[in-house]
Design a protein around this ligand. Structure first.
Ligand code: HEM
Length: 163
């Protein structure tokens, strides 16, 4: 895994911005990372993606988690990238039209299904599932690292500067 200082990262789709919407998204993400020990996550890997159940016994964290997922789905739909220094996230945004995201809110969190019909993208979805699990397990430490993708996966998925 690479562990580069944040300012050294290359942002494939630019930095997130300074507006209120982005600041709110970042604040929720920081709250989740800070309180990662209060979050539970179970992932089921599928041949075309993954299912995940992410919950918290803490009501406040469960609400932030739900807000995060709803906000990220909207952000994803309009193609406003975040964390674009991380190839896993840059690729998710670049190929978002081929990624199907379904969420159901639970009383204590969220259930998600993320799938694709593009066989080349499956490894990216799996990496995303594992990356979020590592955020839950390790918080900020994991968030400063990029979940590795194989050279074969990267070769099949060109990342055009702003596509
Ligand atoms: C403890 C920290 C975090 C938790 C618990 C969390 C949780 C989640 C969950 C449950 C989903 C739905 C998809 C899935 O189940 O994998 C999701 C999606 C997403 N998250 Fe987070 N997240 C965290 C940190 C982050 C960070 C650091 C970023 C970016 C800076 C981020 C950006 C996104 C994006 C862009 C999506 C939408 C893409 C998709 O659903 O495939 N998250 N997150």
């Amino acid at each position: 895994m690479t562990n580069t200082a944040h300012q050294e990262h290359h942002y494939h789709f630019g930095r997130g911005g300074r507006d209120a919407e982005h600041q709110k998204h970042q604040a929720d993400i920081q709250a989740l990372l800070d309180q990662h020990h209060l979050i539970d996550r179970v992932v089921e890997i599928l041949p075309n993606g993954f299912n995940a159940i992410t919950t918290s016994t803490d009501k406040h964290i469960a609400t932030i988690l739900q807000t995060h997922v709803t906000d990220m789905k909207a952000r994803f739909a309009k193609g406003r990238a975040i964390r674009s220094w991380d190839k896993v996230y840059a690729l998710l945004f670049a190929y978002r039209e081929q990624v199907h995201v379904e969420y159901q809110l639970l009383s204590n969190g969220v259930q998600s299904q993320v799938t694709t019909d593009n066989p080349n993208l499956v490894a990216v979805l799996h990496a995303h599932a594992h990356a979020v699990s590592s955020f839950v397990a390790e918080g900020r430490k994991a968030a400063s690292e990029s979940y590795p993708l194989s050279p074969e996966t990267l070769e099949k998925l060109p990342l055009h500067p702003h596509n």
